[in-house]
Ligand binder design. Structure first.
Ligand SMILES: Cc1cc2nc3c(=O)[nH]c(=O)nc-3n(C[C@H](O)[C@H](O)[C@H](O)COP(=O)(O)OP(=O)(O)OC[C@H]3O[C@@H](n4cnc5c(N)ncnc54)[C@H](O)[C@@H]3O)c2cc1C
Length: 357
């Protein structure tokens, strides 16, 4: 599956029509959390069950007293656990926790900007704009609905990245950024009676935040008197990596037809997360109507998931013949998402997708 990668995006970024050189930043807010305490507790539990309670704890502190992360040698931890004969699962968990501990906080931001009244930016939900700050232009999906007063972007820190390093270090309320665009072909289709299925990993959810807000703000969830189901499958490592999680949970609570299915590959390292933990394309299979899919025709890597029980109790199922599907995220993941939708029988012309590269 060839996902459009927008080769030359960065080169093209400066070529897009100029919207304004003075969009004023009105909010810069962390969406992830500082999870040092969770990490300390998780590492402490692993050490305790491997008779290593005394590692990194202050002398005299009991095993049930939290360990202090500043005493941990994170580069040494995994090697030391391996040498001490910890089970593979525990060694893997410590490796993940060391990475998470060393991740700078914050690493996920929502950035809102206000355009002057005389500035016109007409965009379709799903499109992106080019944001320039400190001389670096980069494309970002617009996460706000066209019906909102301000533009919003959801931005993940890329270690060593030129623009994101500057944004996370310096961008502040009152700063001005340049906006160009809009651009992008993955846009919300015309209203139909088909259900909507959004598949995203990480900040790939940004264009879908725009589409979902727009669908409900303009009542596009009801077509010819029929209420369409709207599904959002969102994959991330940890719970606080889910951008807009509270807004999606609110929709899920308040709207019978909205189904939010987050899937978290590493959250169980930190908490007793009871939700989905597999990759999005596998989780999707669990919520597809069994009667609509010939499981024996699915690729072996997916077949097992078609009959697996979902972790969330959702009183609806997906009919692959009656959906419009949108997929977005890192290009390699989007390839797999799109392959899974084809495998369950979603027609190619009902699938739109975009890779962030
Ligand atoms: C259509 C489109 C929409 C996008 N929308 C969003 C969005 O809504 N939110 C968002 O956070 N990003 C989005 N991106 C990615 C964004 O444009 C930048 O590429 C990203 O923020 C990194 O910019 P940088 O200047 O910090 O890194 P650069 O200096 O450009 O890159 C540094 C290195 O990191 C690699 N890299 C770039 N992006 C990533 C990544 N996401 N993960 C891991 N490695 C990476 C590069 O290949 C390079 O090797 C989008 C990209 C496209 C093409």
């Amino acid at each position: 599956m060839d996902v459009p990668e927008h080769l030359g995006h960065h080169e093209a970024a400066e070529e897009l029509p100029l919207v304004t050189e003075s969009a004023v930043v009105t909010a810069v807010e962390a969406m992830d959390r500082n999870r040092t305490a969770d990490i300390e507790n998780a590492v402490g539990r692993i050490l305790d069950r491997n008779d290593a309670s005394d590692w990194y704890r202050d002398p005299g502190r009991g095993a049930d007293e939290g360990l202090r992360s500043e005493r941990v040698d994170w580069d040494d931890l995994v090697g030391r656990a391996t040498d001490a004969g910890f089970p593979d699962d525990d060694v893997d968990a410590l490796a993940d926790l060391a990475v998470r501990f060393q991740r700078p906080y914050p690493s996920l931001l929502r950035v809102r900007v206000r355009l002057d009244d005389d500035v016109d930016l007409s965009f379709a939900p799903g499109q992106y704009a080019t944001v320039t700050f400190d001389g670096h232009p980069r494309p970002y999906s617009i996460a706000s609905s066209p019906t909102a007063d301000e533009l919003e972007f959801c931005i993940r820190r890329v270690p060593g990245g030129r623009l994101t390093t500057d944004i996370f270090q310096y961008l502040d309320v009152g700063d001005e950024v340049t906006i160009r665009g809009p651009n992008g072909e993955m846009v919300l289709g015309a209203p139909s009676t088909r259900d909507l299925v959004f598949l995203a990993t990480g900040t790939g959810v940004a264009p879908f935040a725009s589409m979902i807000d727009y669908v409900y703000a303009t009542d596009r969830h009801v077509v010819d008197g029929h209420e369409r189901d709207v599904w959002l499958f969102l994959g991330a490592a940890y719970e606080d990596d889910l951008a807009y999680r509270e807004a999606f949970r609110d929709y899920d609570r308040e709207r019978d037809g909205f189904h939010f299915v987050p899937t978290l590959t590493r959250e169980r390292r930190l908490t007793d997360w009871r939700g989905e933990t597999e990759y999005v394309q596998r989780v999707l299979l669990k919520y597809v109507d069994d009667d609509a899919v010939d499981a024996s025709a699915l690729p072996a890597r997916l077949a097992a998931y078609a009959s697996a029980d979902p972790a969330f109790d959702v009183d609806a199922r997906i009919d692959p013949g009656n959906v419009d599907v949108y997929a977005c995220g890192i290009t390699a993941m989007v390839d797999q998402l799109v392959d899974a939708t084809r495998a369950v029988g979603v027609p190619a012309e009902r699938t739109q997708f975009e890779g962030f590269g």
